[in-house]
Ligand binder design. Structure first.
Ligand code: FA5
Ligand code: MG
Length: 506
């Protein structure tokens, strides 16, 4: 995955690098080409390369930055017109299950890890690192995580009125087996450690399988109330509600005796700890009353959060659960299209974890929720894969500032988009109205047009002329549009705009 910048690579050169003789029929695997591009040049690249399916299937980047990575999936590259400038593949790889990490090493960021018999991360999985969907402005996962933070900030305040919870949303997903398992009392032979369930970098490191991996460390650093948000990795199935990379929010709250029991007159009547038998309802070291108060606070908090997001009428239920790191434990489920979907796991933190982290006078609770599941319920998003989409038909529906806004997601066509830009000088008489142009596009493009956005508005300082650039996203609801077909419509739009709106195409 080391970016090898190759300038001016031709498709033939490209195929040669893949070990294919010139003219040979390429294998039917999927090729992913990562082009390091600047957004300015995106339409140009988009028009110059076409895959077998004549389209860019996905592109992604932090839309706020100047440059990004565009991904082209194809099994054969064709050049549709001569390139104006050399292209720079940042890295190229075969997306097949046999893809291995190169020559016994795994490179993540600046760090190189020696592969060993435990290594099973694939380039495909590694490509999700650093995407940080939960931090991406306007992403539905970002909206939800902001709502969760806001809820927790307002629910738990210090006596002076300051929020108690701290938020840790940029912790590296590379963790040790100690963090992911041992610190959480997960037994050495527990199934959840298996290579078949996790992405190991080598025997000493893995991609965290849950945000609980950071619990013990943050507690020993002195944090009593915190949220951890981040990407987690599991060798899970892929279906509408499971994906090998998803996002979790972990919540931990530790309380002292006086915080838990409030300002009772006679504090000696209340205890956090007691030597009893471990049972279904409590750990051997806990006082039952303390456990019941923790349970009420924990469930009250999570029900409150769910009701704030989904409304008071959302159907929910608590189910008893088991986790090695909490006892007792529960899961919260919510009704989603007639099915019960698990939203989170939670429970009373095993006291041994707190003691190991140096905390002897507090008890606590923890929860871990899957952000995608919450977003699917909240916005009605039907498939977990959509979160990784860079398709503007998906993302533009979440482009609003106020994260507490409730919207329902409208399904967009599953067929790929074609994006073409149009730039023109406006007439000098000030008669031009963007809405006239939008109508014109609708008239000519009809239902092939999904979106038109003004992406640049510029006035030439000397010529005193104004230019507009619009991005037109074409997509058919029932079939794949070819670039040629779109070009014909686009040309017609240019021609008619020049004739009827008096603009000068640039
Ligand atoms: C855990 O990960 C525990 N660490 C949660 C926890 C934390 C329990 C603290 C107690 C105390 P679980 O594997 O059930 O538990 O995952 C938690 C949540 O993540 C699930 O409820 C679900 O919302 C989400 N989730 C799990 N697997 C997937 C997946 N493959 N795709 C999307 N979301 C998932
Ligand atoms: Mg679970």
């Amino acid at each position: 995955m080391t970016p090898g910048h190759v300038s001016g690579t031709s498709p033939t050169e490209f195929e040669r690098r893949r070990g294919l003789a010139e003219g040979a029929e390429p294998a039917r695997d999927i090729l992913e080409i990562y082009l390091s591009i600047s957004w300015e040049n995106e339409p140009e690249y988009g028009n110059c390369f076409k895959s077998e399916r004549n389209t860019w299937l996905s592109q992604y980047a932090d839309s706020t930055s100047e440059a990004g990575i565009m991904v082209l999936h194809c099994s054969r590259l064709l050049l549709s017109k001569p390139l104006q400038r050399p292209w720079f593949p940042a890295f190229i790889r075969l997306n097949s299950t046999t893809a291995q990490v190169s020559s016994g090493k795994v490179q993540i960021g600046e760090r190189t890890y020696e592969a060993d018999e435990m290594t099973n991360v694939t380039p495909k999985i590694l490509s999700h690192l650093g995407r940080n969907l939960h931090l991406q402005k306007y992403h539905p996962l970002n909206h939800i995580s902001q709502r969760i933070s806001k809820f927790m900030y307002s629910r738990y305040l210090s006596p002076r009125g300051n929020p108690l919870f701290s938020i840790h949303d940029r912790l590296q997903p590379v963790v040790t087996p100690h963090q992911n398992f041992d610190s959480l009392l997960i037994p050495k032979d527990h199934v959840s450690r298996k290579k078949s369930d996790n992405y190991y970098i080598n025997k000493d490191f893995l991609l965290r399988a849950h945000t609980s991996a950071h619990q013990s460390e943050l507690i020993s650093m002195g944090f009593d109330n915190f949220l951890v948000m981040g990407d987690v990795y599991r060798r899970d199935e892929i279906d509408a509600s499971h994906y090998p990379v998803f996002h979790q929010v972990e919540g931990v709250r530790l309380t002292t005796k006086s915080e838990l029991f409030g300002s009772h007159q006679n504090m000696d009547d209340f205890q956090l700890f007691e030597n009893t038998e471990r049972s279904e309802t409590q750990q051997g070291v806990h006082n039952l009353e303390a456990v019941k108060l923790l349970e009420a606070d924990l469930k009250g908090c999570l029900e409150g959060l769910a009701m704030t997001l989904f409304g008071k009428d959302a159907e929910m239920r608590w189910v008893d659960a088991y986790f090695p790191f909490t006892h007792p434990s529960w899961e919260l489920e919510v009704k989603l299209n007639d099915d019960w979907v698990e939203l989170l796991g939670c429970g009373v933190i095993e006291q041994e974890i707190l003691v190991n982290a140096g905390v002897i006078d507090k008890v606590g609770w923890a929860f871990g929720l899957g952000l995608e599941r919450w977003a699917m319920k909240l916005y009605g998003i039907p498939d977990i894969r959509l979160f990784w989409s860079s398709d503007s038909g998906f993302l533009s529906q979440f482009k609003f500032e106020d994260s507490s806004k409730n919207i329902r997601y409208k399904n967009v066509s599953q067929y790929p988009q074609c994006v073409n830009d149009i730039s023109f000088w406006l007439p000098g008489d000030g008669a031009y109205e963007p809405s006239d142009f939008y109508d014109l596009v609708r008239n000519i493009g009809g239902s092939t047009v999904e979106q038109v956005t003004l992406i640049d508005n510029f006035t030439h300082p000397k010529k005193k002329m104004t230019s507009h650039c619009y991005r037109i996203v074409y997509r058919h609801m029932e079939r794949t549009l070819t670039q040629e077909e779109v070009n014909v419509i686009h040309k017609e739009i240019e021609k008619t705009a020049a004739e009827s709106l008096n603009v000068v195409i640039r």
